[in-house]
Design a protein around this ligand. Structure first.
Ligand SMILES: [Zn+2]
Length: 320
C-alpha cells in the first residue's frame, strides 16, 4: 500500500473531517433533505430479494471543495442540466439487505443513532420490512468510512446486530487498525481512525471475519477489489438464476456528478487517481454484464441500471 497516496497533502484529512464527528455545519438557508417514505424498496433478483433501506440523507452546501478537480461553475452546470438544485447536494445513505432462503445479509450499516438527525432510520425500516436486527446473520462492510460502519454499534455501546458475523476486507482492516498510520494522520483523519476503532470495539473477535477482495464472502456473494476511495474498499456481486445484483458502495458518490463525469473526484476519495480508474473499470463491468446496480449514495430507491452516456455513465433507477 502506498501510504503517501492515501495520506498525502492533507487532502484525505480535509475531506474526511465531514465524515467524522464534525458533520457539515448546519445550513439553515438550505433546509433539510426530503427523505423517501416509505424508505425501503424491495426488488427480486432471481430467487433473491434485495431490499434498499434508506438510513437517511444529509444536505451539503455546494462549495468548491466537494468536487476537487472541477470549477464550481461546471459542477453547477452539470446539476442544472439534470434539473437538480445547484446550491447544495443531498447525499443519501442506503444499506442493502439481501435475503436468500433463510439467509439475511446486510451490506453496510448507515449511522444507527451516531449521526446527524436526518439519519438513523435503518432499524425502523428493517422492522417495516419485517425484520429485526437480531435476524441479520451477516453484515458485510465495503469500507470503513463512518457512514458505512457507524451503525455497527449504538451510542450506548450496544451491538446493533447482536447475532451477526461482520465481514470486512482484509486490506481495509489492516489500514485503519495500523497504529503508526493513525498516529501519523492529521488530527481530523485521526478522529476517523478512532471512531472506526470504537465501532469495531463492539464486535467480538470470533464474529469478525476478514476476507481477501476477490474471494467469495459467503456462498453466492463474491467480493471484488475497488480500491481508491479507501485503501481496501471492496464491492459485492450476488448472483441468482442468471441475474446479478452488484453493490458498488462508494465507487461513485452521487451519480448525478461522478457517474456522469467519472473523472471528477469527490473530496472523500482518499486516492483520487486510483478511485477514477476503479470507477471506470467497475462501471464498464456493470454496463457490460447488465447487472442490477445498487449504490450507497445513489438516489432512492438506489437500485437500477447503468448505461454509457457520453464520456460517462447514466444511472436509471428501477421504477416498479
Ligand atoms: Zn460513503
Amino acid at each position: 500500500m502506498d501510504r503517501r497516496g492515501f495520506l498525502g497533502a492533507g487532502i484525505a484529512g480535509a475531506g474526511l473531517l465531514s465524515l467524522g464527528s464534525v458533520w457539515s455545519q448546519a445550513s439553515p438557508n438550505f433546509g433539510a433533505p426530503t427523505l423517501p417514505d416509505p424508505g425501503f424498496r424491495r426488488m427480486k433478483v432471481g430467487a433473491m430479494e434485495v431490499i434498499a433501506l434508506n438510513d437517511g440523507a444529509t444536505r451539503r452546501p455546494l462549495d468548491d471543495e466537494f468536487v476537487r478537480n472541477a470549477p464550481l461553475e461546471q459542477v453547477k452546470a452539470l446539476l442544472a442540466s439534470q434539473n437538480l438544485p445547484t446550491d447544495y447536494v443531498d447525499i443519501p445513505y442506503t444499506p442493502f439487505l439481501i435475503v436468500q432462503g433463510g439467509t439475511r445479509i446486510l451490506l453496510d450499516t448507515g449511522f444507527a443513532d451516531n449521526g446527524p438527525p436526518t439519519t438513523g432510520r435503518l432499524r425502523g425500516l428493517l422492522a417495516a420490512a419485517g425484520y429485526k436486527p437480531e435476524d441479520i446473520q451477516h453484515v458485510v462492510i465495503s469500507h470503513f468510512h463512518p457512514d458505512h460502519v457507524n451503525g455497527l454499534r449504538a451510542r450506548d455501546g450496544s451491538a446493533v446486530f447482536p447475532n451477526a458475523r461482520v465481514h470486512v476486507p482484509a486490506p481495509e482492516y489492516a489500514f485503519w487498525m495500523d497504529d503508526a498510520r493513525m498516529n501519523a494522520a492529521p488530527p481530523g483523519l485521526r478522529g476517523v481512525f478512532q471512531l472506526i476503532r470504537n465501532r469495531f470495539g463492539g464486535v467480538p473477535a470470533d464474529r469478525l471475519v476478514q476476507f481477501e477482495p476477490g474471494q467469495d464472502v459467503l456462498p453466492g456473494l463474491q467480493s471484488m477489489a475497488a480500491f481508491g476511495h479507501t485503501p481496501g474498499m471492496s464491492i459485492f456481486s450476488a448472483k441468482s438464476e442468471g441475474q446479478t445484483f452488484t453493490y458498488v458502495a462508494d465507487v461513485t458518490n452521487i451519480p448525478s456528478l461522478f457517474a456522469r463525469s467519472p473523472d471528477w473526484s469527490v473530496t472523500f476519495d482518499m486516492n483520487p487517481d486510483q478511485a477514477r480508474q476503479t470507477r471506470r473499470r467497475i462501471f464498464d463491468m456493470v454496463v457490460r454484464e447488465k447487472s442490477v446496480v445498487g449504490g450507497f449514495h445513489f438516489p432512492f430507491p438506489a437500485m437500477g441500471s447503468l448505461q454509457q452516456a457520453g464520456n460517462g455513465y447514466q444511472f436509471t433507477p428501477i421504477t416498479a
